[in-house]
Design a binder for this molecule. Structure first.
Ligand SMILES: [Zn+2]
Length: 195
């Protein structure tokens, strides 16, 4: 399933004042042969690019139930989420998804196929969720999780979910489960245009 949303260029937020190459103050302007505003060092010529970040996670399934974690951190403290977080350097998306699950739920899982790829351009992120088989009922949530629990699909706490990529990924899981055909879904969410 694909949905399209109008996307608009917006300049990256300013995250640094000084050039990390030479220490001179940065200016905000469009470099030669470019078409976007960047943090540019006019002393040494370095361009400090900013690019989207990946959030990686899993849809952990134990029999007919999905494993969710209740967040012990802001944002969305107390809301239910799929195990997910920012990808670290030096790992694959699949390894990152498994690591986030280990940190947040402690469940033993086997990561399976890629399930959703969610573009979230308004916050400069791409979220990737893998299906995962939970290998046993033992849970050992870490410090970022208040509690972890299994939910039957007709008992998912839709009004208490943390993020739109979580709710839309779970919606697609429920749909695919009903049809019996699991595919990879790629779609965009623009948080400035709620649907
Ligand atoms: Zn410089």
């Amino acid at each position: 399933m694909t949905s399209t949303t109008p996307l608009f260029y917006h300049p990256a937020p300013r995250t640094q004042q000084f050039c990390s190459q030479c220490g001179h103050p940065l200016s905000r302007e469009i470099p030669p042969d470019d078409n976007r505003i960047r943090d540019l060092c006019k002393h040494c010529g370095a361009v400090h690019y900013q690019n989207p970040r990946n959030v990686v996670g899993v849809v952990p399934i134990w029999n007919d139930q999905v494993l969710l974690c209740r967040r012990a951190i802001e944002p969305r403290y107390g809301k239910w989420t799929l195990p997910a977080g920012f990808m670290e350097l030096g790992e694959t998306t699949e390894q990152g998804a498994a690591r986030e699950n280990q940190e947040e739920s402690g469940a033993r899982i086997r990561v399976q196929s890629l399930f959703t790829v969610v573009d979230v351009p308004s916050v400069n992120q791409v979220h990737l969720y893998y299906l995962a088989e939970v290998l046993g009922p033992h849970l050992d949530p870490g410090s970022e999780t208040l509690e972890a629990a299994f939910f039957k699909l007709d008992a998912i706490p839709w009004q208490e979910l943390s993020f739109r990529s979580v709710s839309t990924t779970l919606e697609r899981y429920v749909q695919d489960r009903a049809s019996g055909v699991f595919t990879t879904h790629h779609y965009a969410i623009d948080l400035r245009f709620p649907d």
